[in-house]
Ligand binder design. Structure first.
Ligand SMILES: Nc1ncnc2c1ncn2[C@@H]1O[C@H](COP(=O)(O)OP(=O)(O)O)[C@@H](O)[C@H]1O
Ligand SMILES: [Mg+2]
Length: 228
């Protein structure tokens, strides 16, 4: 097992909030810094797995499995030396989201800056409680690239009104996120110095730091296995 494997679950009770976009972006950002990245796709629609089929690059590995196989798949990733595991989930299955949150070190909840998205947060909190109250962060997605004030306002609302931890970084609404997916790519590869690439890299770095600060159970297991 890699000493520092971290497992990120991406959940949310709606479709189209940017779960798959975040999952593939983070996995490619991890690969970019030399980590062995794996996406576990629990969505029967298999958007991440289909993206990988269109891709000409070997990393990240994408495995499509039913939620009942999740635990074994995470263990297999660990024994193959994975550093960074991202679990993508369908918006319509609470049970898949719970399974994913259970095995994760950190749960990310991509949400658009719309009240219909934000009002799913109380339900999500209940769901996360069932999964053992894993550390979770809302990641705002699809914000207008120029609307800095709107971004800060939405973050404040999530924290103050919904009492939900929110990531200080967000992803902007940029065509390149969607365009690159049609060829199995990401903004990181298509426009490495562009804004979207920068956002993804910063998000990957931020969440990696969050997990290492919070003593990931996967990191701890690896230490135990080494007798540390
Ligand atoms: N920040 C963004 N800017 C532009 N398009 C985006 C952004 N995030 C997601 N999209 C597009 O919106 C659609 C839904 O995103 P997706 O990641 O598939 O959501 P989910 O997995 O939550 O259903 C996709 O077509 C995707 O390319
Ligand atoms: Mg998806």
């Amino acid at each position: 097992m890699s000493e520092s494997m971290i497992v990120i679950a991406i959940v949310g009770q709606k479709g189209g909030t940017g779960k798959t976009t975040t999952a593939i972006g983070l996995a490619v950002a991890a690969s970019e810094v030399g980590q062995t990245a794996v996406i576990i796709d629990l969505d029967p629609q298999a958007n991440a797995a289909n993206w990988k089929d269109r891709r000409r690059v070997e990393s990240p590995a994408v495995v499509s499995v039913p939620p009942s196989r999740l635990k074994q798949t995470v263990e297999a990733a660990a024994s193959h030396g994975a550093d960074f595991v991202v679990i993508d989930t369908p918006g319509k299955s609470d049970s898949a989201a719970i399974e994913a949150a259970r095995v994760a070190d950190l749960v990310l909840v991509p949400l658009g800056p719309h009240i219909f998205h934000l009002e799913t947060l109380p339900g999500l909190r209940d769901l996360l409680r069932v999964a053992g109250d894993k550390p979770a962060l809302v990641v705002l997605n699809g914000l207008h690239p120029q609307a800095t004030k709107q971004a800060e306002e939405a973050k404040r609302m999530i924290a103050e009104i919904f009492g939900f931890p929110v990531c200080p970084l967000h992803l902007s609404r940029l065509d390149i996120y969607a365009e690159t997916q049609t060829t199995g790519s990401t903004p990181l590869e298509q426009e490495p110095k562009g804004r979207a690439a920068l956002e993804l890299r910063k998000l990957h770095r931020f969440i990696s730091e969050q997990v290492s600060k919070s003593e990931s159970p996967h990191v701890e297991n690896a230490k135990l296995a080494r007798g540390a």
